[in-house]
Write a protein that binds this ligand. Structure first.
Ligand SMILES: Cc1cc2nc3c(=O)[nH]c(=O)nc-3n(C[C@H](O)[C@H](O)[C@H](O)COP(=O)(O)OP(=O)(O)OC[C@H]3O[C@@H](n4cnc5c(N)ncnc54)[C@H](O)[C@@H]3O)c2cc1C
Length: 379
């Protein structure tokens, strides 16, 4: 089967569906996803939080710009509520944590939605599950839980409504120059001729780029583990009628996020791993429970479900966009790390503007040059 289109997007995670949706107003888009279902990799395994101030500077700008865009998308894509308020309590319970609070407040001073310092007694009042008042604390008020699956599903429906095509079970196995464009072939035998190719293959971004002859950019997939643990007394998950905040160690050694009658516990692990189907390691699960047990009175005794996924970073932890210099029409939308959901609305819009050669959207306070893949070219 051979078809012709304007743009091929490789990868059906949040990166792929969101940029395909944005591109579909500018031309015909075919999205190719290797798996029979989507999403199954990182996008299906995230903690689904929206936290202003999270990650490297470029991501912080994209997260800020995404806040209002989530609200617009909810109407545009006809989804259930995409954001539900869930403040974040950043905790400094020891020297490293207290230093983390100071560094965080310093780094984000003056930024929109920056965290505010919190008195230790006030931190305990807002999170009575803590064993003791912390040494230092901070509060990010504008944070939220994201309905990541509704967002992904909305983008996918929106893409189809804009005339785009989604092919599953379509693992891209060859990408070759063909005249002025590209011939993209899949292991299942599909052949798609396109003017441009977008590599949104998450942890596999380097592998997909290699098919087109692009040298390794140097993406590193890092495994992260989550365990959903039933809370013996779920009444502690509300504080005076408000939801218990997400509580995160400011030295990034653990976090917990309430979800229904459980808390999601993560040891905030970052274990390098080849792209693939990540599995949780029992030791990482135990480490997360141990660290949360040390700081809280939640009394977690069992794990209902544990999983792991890959967070894939460029060497400088900034997003990677744009065209590889001597491969005209071969574009990256990759390196979303731990922020691919919370930054998706703005990142997709910015990436689409780069791909079609338009000015960046006015609401996104980020120079796309900062994200350009050319910064990662070997000297
Ligand atoms: C435990 C954990 C917690 C996280 N928490 C958060 C959070 O709270 N907030 C947040 O914003 N982000 C979070 N993240 C990060 C977020 O999940 C990722 O940044 C995001 O999902 C990356 O999306 P993606 O589309 O790039 O990758 P993926 O979802 O992995 O999608 C890539 C797709 O490309 C496909 N593919 C690969 N090779 C090929 C090929 N040759 N042909 C066709 N298709 C191919 C794969 O099958 C896959 O479906 C978390 C991640 C993890 C693991």
């Amino acid at each position: 089967m051979e078809s012709h289109t304007d743009l091929v997007v490789v990868g059906g995670g949040i990166a792929g569906v969101s940029v395909a949706y944005e591109l579909a107003v500018h031309g015909r888009v075919v999205l190719l996803e290797a798996e029979a279902d989507m999403p199954v990799h990182s996008t299906a395994r995230s903690a689904a939080t929206y936290i202003p101030g999270h990650g490297s500077g470029p991501f912080r700008a994209l997260i800020d710009a995404s806040g209002p865009r989530f609200r617009v998308l909810q109407t545009e894509l006809d989804t259930p509520p995409l954001l539900s308020p869930r403040p974040v309590l950043h905790l400094g319970d020891d020297d490293a944590g207290a230093a983390g609070i100071v560094a965080m407040l310093d780094e984000q001073r003056g930024e929109p939605n920056a965290p505010i310092a919190l008195d230790p007694a006030e931190a305990l009042r807002r999170a009575p599950v803590l064993r003791r008042p912390p040494r230092a604390a901070a509060w990010t008020a504008g944070s939220a839980d994201v309905d990541a699956i509704a967002l992904h599903d909305g983008y996918r429906r929106g893409l189809r409504a804009r005339g785009g095509t989604v092919l599953r079970g379509a693992r891209v196995s060859a990408i070759t120059r063909d005249g002025g464009g590209w011939l993209v072939e899949t292991a299942a035998g599909q052949r798609v001729l396109a003017a441009a190719v977008v590599d949104a293959a998450g942890s596999w971004a380097d592998e997909v780029a290699a098919l087109a002859g692009v040298p390794r950019v140097g993406f590193t997939p890092l495994r992260r583990t989550i365990a959903a643990c039933p809370v013996p007394d779920p009444s502690v998950l509300r504080v005076g009628g408000a939801p218990l905040p997400l509580i995160a160690d400011a030295a990034e050694r653990w976090y917990l996020k309430p979800e229904a009658d459980t808390v999601l516990v993560s040891p905030a692990d970052e274990t390098p791993q080849a792209p693939g189907d990540a599995r949780p390691d029992e030791l990482d699960v135990a480490l997360g429970l141990d660290r949360v047990g040390e700081v809280t009175t939640l009394g977690l005794r069992s794990v209902r479900r544990a999983w792991a996924g890959l967070r894939t970073f460029a060497p400088d932890r900034a997003p990677v966009l744009g065209q590889w210099p001597d491969r005209p029409g071969f574009h990256f939308v990759a390196g979303q790390g731990g922020s691919g959901i919370e930054s998706a609305p703005a990142l997709a819009a910015l990436a689409a503007s780069v791909i079609i050669g338009a000015a960046p959207p006015a609401d996104i306070a980020l120079d796309p040059a900062v994200c350009s893949v050319t910064r990662l070219r070997p000297a």
